[in-house]
Design a binder for this molecule. Structure first.
Ligand SMILES: C[S@@+](CC[C@H](N)C(=O)[O-])C[C@H]1O[C@@H](n2cnc3c(N)ncnc32)[C@H](O)[C@@H]1O
Length: 174
């Protein structure tokens, strides 16, 4: 199955902490291996790592990653670079081809991404050609990539787990 890793670019320390944290948590929950953050924000990294430790699995986060080097090294190791943007090709037209790749680096921006990214990416992919959010775009992209199978993912070595419950909240500590 194709593996996915997120590259978060354009993160602004004071404005984007919550959204970037949610990009990481959404990626983790929906099957990505990890997230590279192209900014220096140890607080965001710590929040995501805390959730990953308590809820299990092997999601990684890396702080302060130079994005150009990240893209170059990912590609040199055989990966495919996907940039999520409202200006890209329709996801429903390209996801089948992307699913055939071995691993993909999924780039999501904040306010505005450097123009070069559009030329560097192997695929510029739109989740509709309407403006919305990186969290929504990433969630739909991963769900389309994994065709819903990510909903059954297991997260080994969790300290706590939620028990599905019709009403109320149930958790177990392990
Ligand atoms: C708030 S938007 C940025 C909007 C900005 N004007 C731009 O250059 O696209 C932040 C990020 O959300 C993602 N995004 C927003 N709308 C999208 C869409 N329709 N399809 C895919 N990704 C989208 C992109 O990764 C974008 O960099």
């Amino acid at each position: 199955m194709v593996r996915s890793t997120i590259l978060r670019i354009g993160h602004r320390h004071d404005r984007d902490q919550r959204v970037t944290t949610h990009v990481g948590l959404t990626g983790r929950a929906l099957g990505a291996d990890g997230m590279y953050l192209a900014a220096d924000d140890p607080g965001v990294i710590g929040s995501i790592e805390g959730v990953a430790r308590r809820f299990g699995g092997s999601f990684f986060v890396e702080n302060n990653v130079p994005w150009k080097r990240c893209i170059r090294e990912f590609r040199e190791s055989g990966g495919t670079v996907v940039h999520l943007t409202m200006y890209g090709l329709r996801i429903q037209d390209v996801i089948g081809e992307i699913r055939q790749q071995e691993k993909v680096l999924v780039i999501v921006g904040a306010e505005k991404v450097p123009g070069e990214i559009y030329g560097i990416a192997d695929y510029n992919v739109a989740v509709t050609n309407q403006p919305h959010s990186e969290i929504a775009g990433l969630a739909v992209f991963l769900d389309q990539l994994y065709e819903g199978k990510e909903l059954d993912l297991e997260f080994p070595d969790a300290e706590i787990a939620v028990l599905p419950c019709k009403c109320g909240k149930e958790m177990v500590e392990r």
